[in-house]
Design a protein around this ligand. Structure first.
Ligand code: BGC
Length: 773
């Protein structure tokens, strides 16, 4: 199994630029010959002493206001995701009171702003440019949830790498990604921005993304700083309503929501973003338990912490601070280094330091952390190194990037259903009706949080993808048919859709959600197809023709009717700029689908939250006990999901052997190997995601019915067999025990390997003794 522990290296030589006087230029120039070493659990390297000296010298020259400037982030007025609080940010840059700007990009614009900082301020400290580069910058890849469905860490890392290359060429130094919030409630629109419901999967994907963004050397101009967000537990907003309260036990917090953040620290993430929510009564942006006890003390995080957008100010609404000023004091004293857009540090911090409410030491620590990242990026050496017009021209939308986007998109698609092997379709001889509001849409393809991606010209629609694929384009007919707008029941397009469907051999329906129905502030109470898409599907069904549903959406949907009535269903998410060709590759068999769901699809909203690794309860329901009443079940719905976590079909089939274990007892300091043989028993070459789950049968606290502990994506030619082995040790069995100590408990374990969380071979082993970790 691939492990994604990041070995990072840093810049090796610096000169200070932008100083206005000769005296300022006497700062130490770091040694040019420092060799790079790598460490796994820290951001710093063997030139730390030189960096420290450089920054100490710089900070000795800085006024309190200039230090607070390093703690201040304002949005450019280009592209705000909330109210812009400071239209005059450019003047403030020139005064040295703004250290970082977001929503500003292009080589020329960032160069212009950088020039203000470097040439017009007293010390010439360069700006840091941030932006939400979430799933691509200009070339847009599938939404993060979609990419996660690939279970392909190399593909995910590549996507982040391409995004970093494009963004950094346009002057961006810092992305507000990855989002590593575990999310189990599909009503929450931001489920689309993460890696789904599972802790392990989210953790390894977080590390792959950080590695893709940051590379192994931040001084390389094609890398950007990563941000692990939103710290913490934002994904558990009550009732799936965005920004809502979270309240949970420490055990749940530590077992489910924190591990991906810890993994982000281990991978060297440069920054953390606080979340909007309160956690157990304390807003995340003033939460000392999260920001000090856990992040700094337990985990040793050495990067900087930024708030989410105006989340300091929002503590007034939370009822945690009486005004912005007090909120700022609470935030800075809790360990928030940078205020995003709130203007609170900018307005009040100097006064608070003078009054002794905030220590100078706290301000120094925060400013230093930000300056360190600027140093590591090489900005003191050349503040314009990322604002490179030539590189911008060459990098943006280059063929290689578009090809990568197409490849990652097809890897992200999940074949949910394929009765009678209707898919793949033949490229010739078929009359195809392509129907639905997403069939010829470009704007929806790139989904939400699509950075600087072009929404209207560049994306290639599904219809175009199909037309380019078939040998007789004249046999393809298109009708939009229905609407995906919530309240639009206008069925005037139905008759045309039905007419072309009648002439067709096969109907391909492209339906789902409009792109802005997922992402931030897009919580839903229903998870069905919006508008009158369902009604049109039902009328098309009456024609009795083979039907394929291509879904584009950013969350699990309740599509039980489609599951029962449509022959084949392909979950394509929002697949990105190259979405159309990527879907066509899958529909016509140029790519054999290999995606697996990173999140459970419920049958109905009433089952939510529904995830594979729930607890068994004292009255578990099973098919064998179906006649009994007093069991943990619904009387009007099955307990089972429509499509479980880990589910995803292929055009071929994979046969699993029984599991073989090299031993039946695992010593607390030893390891055990579990192997299966997987055979491609079908007619196509293809990839399979072999999944490992473990259940701890009895614990000092109850354990989930199973937990993903590993996976491997393998390629098998038809007829080929491969042995897949997983090594398990006590650390894979560890959890927070009754006394909150972390470790594994001796006893019996079930071990499962298979193709989906509900389709597994089973074995068992014993852990001989407790193990403290
Ligand atoms: C979002 C963040 C994002 C920030 C900056 C906020 O509204 O919650 O995820 O990074 O805006 O655009």
């Amino acid at each position: 199994m691939k492990k994604y522990l990041l070995a990072m290296a840093v810049i090796s030589h610096f000169t200070l630029v932008g100083c206005n006087s000769e005296a300022d230029r006497t700062l130490t120039t770091p040694n040019k010959d420092v060799s790079r070493t790598s460490v796994s659990n820290t951001l710093w390297h063997d030139d730390k002493a030189k960096m420290d000296a450089f920054i100490t010298e710089l900070m000795a020259k800085m006024t309190l206001e200039e230090k607070i400037g390093q703690m201040t982030l304002f949005s450019s007025d280009w592209d705000v995701t909330g109210p812009s609080l400071r239209g005059d940010y450019q003047d403030k840059i020139k005064e040295g009171k703004v250290g970082a700007v977001f929503n500003a990009f292009t080589a020329s614009y960032t160069r212009k702003l950088q020039k203000m900082a470097v040439e017009e301020t007293r010390l010439g400290i360069p700006l840091l440019f941030g932006y939400d580069v979430i799933h691509g910058h200009r070339t847009i890849f599938p939404i993060s949830l979609g990419e996660s469905a690939s279970w392909d860490l190399d593909a995910i890392e590549l996507s982040a790498k391409v995004a970093a290359a494009e963004a950094s060429a346009e002057g961006i130094h810092w992305t507000f990604a990855p989002m590593v919030d575990v999310a189990r409630d599909p009503r929450w629109g931001r489920i689309s921005e993460g890696s789904g419901e599972d802790v392990y999967l989210t953790t390894v994907i977080a590390q792959a993304r950080i590695k893709g963004f940051q590379g192994d050397d931040l001084s390389k101009p094609d890398t950007v700083l990563a941000t692990a967000k939103h710290f913490a537990a934002y994904g558990q907003a009550q009732a799936g309503r965005d920004y809502h309260t979270t309240d949970m036990s420490d055990r749940e917090l530590r077992e489910t929501y924190l591990p991906p953040f810890k993994a982000a620290v281990d991978a060297g993430a440069a920054s953390f973003m606080t979340s909007f929510n309160e956690l157990n009564g304390v807003p995340a942006s003033a939460n000392k338990y999260l920001l000090q006890d856990i992040l700094r003390t337990e985990w040793g995080f050495e990067g900087f912490v930024v708030t989410d957008y105006t989340s300091i100010n929002e503590m007034v609404n939370h009822g945690f601070a009486e005004n912005d000023e007090k909120a700022g004091e609470l935030a800075v004293n809790a360990g928030v280094d940078m205020d995003m857009q709130g203007s609170v540090y900018f307005d009040y911090l100097a006064k608070q330091v003078e009054q002794g409410l905030v220590s100078m030491q706290q301000v120094d620590k925060a400013a230093r952390r930000v300056l360190e990242m600027k140093y590591r990026l090489g900005l003191f050496e050349d503040p314009y190194r990322y604002s490179n017009e030539e590189r911008e021209k060459a990098e943006i939308y280059k063929d290689e990037n578009l090809q990568a986007a197409q490849d990652v998109a097809r890897k992200s698609m999940v074949l949910l259903k394929n009765d009678k092997q209707l898919l793949p379709l033949s490229k010739s001889g078929l009359n195809i009706a392509v129907i639905g509001p997403l069939a010829d849409s470009k704007e929806d393809l790139i989904g939400s949080w699509s950075a600087a991606g072009d929404r209207y010209e560049k994306p290639i629609s599904l219809l175009s993808g199909i037309l380019a694929k078939v040998s007789e384009p004249a046999k393809v007919q298109y009708a939009k048919g229905a609407s995906y707008e919530f309240n639009n029941q206008d069925d005037s397009g139905f008759s045309h859709a039905i007419t072309i469907a009648k002439q067709a051999d096969v109907i391909v329906m492209a339906m789902g959600e409009k792109w802005d129905m997922t992402g931030e502030a897009t919580s839903r109470t229903k998870l069905d197809l919006p508008g009158n898409q369902q009604a049109l599907m039902e009328q098309l069904k009456a024609l009795g023709k083979p039907m394929i549903l291509v879904l584009m959406n950013g969350r699990p949907m309740t599509i039980e009717w489609a599951d029962q009535n449509v022959d084949s269903i392909l979950e394509a998410w929002y697949p990105g700029t190259m979405g159309g060709p990527a879907i066509a590759d899958v529909l016509f068999g140029d790519y054999n689908p290999s995606g697996k769901l990173p999140v459970t699809f419920p049958r109905n909203v009433g089952q939510v939250p529904l995830y594979y690794n729930m607890k068994n309860t004292g009255r578990p329901y099973s098919k064998d006990s179906a006649e009994q009443k007093y069991l943990s079940r619904y009387i009007d719905s099955s307990n089972t999901p429509l499509y479980p976590f880990g589910h995803g079909l292929s055009y071929t089939t994979f046969a699993y052997s029984a599991i073989s274990l090299d031993k039946s007892t695992l010593a607390s300091d030893g390891s055990l190997t579990a192997s299966v043989e997987v055979t491609n028993s079908g007619k196509y070459d293809g990839e399979e995601v072999v999944q490992l789950y473990i259940r701890d049968r009895v614990g000092s606290v109850t354990r989930p019915v199973k937990q993903l502990k590993g996976f491997e994506k393998i390629w098998l030619n038809k007829g080929e067999t491969k042995t897949v082995s997983f090594t398990i040790s006590a650390k894979d069995l560890a959890f927070y025990r009754q006394d909150m100590s972390y470790g594994a408990e001796a006893g019996e374990f079930d071990l499962f390997i298979g193709t989906s969380s509900d389709n597994l071979q089973k074995s068992e082993f014993t852990l001989s003794a407790n193990s403290d970790l």
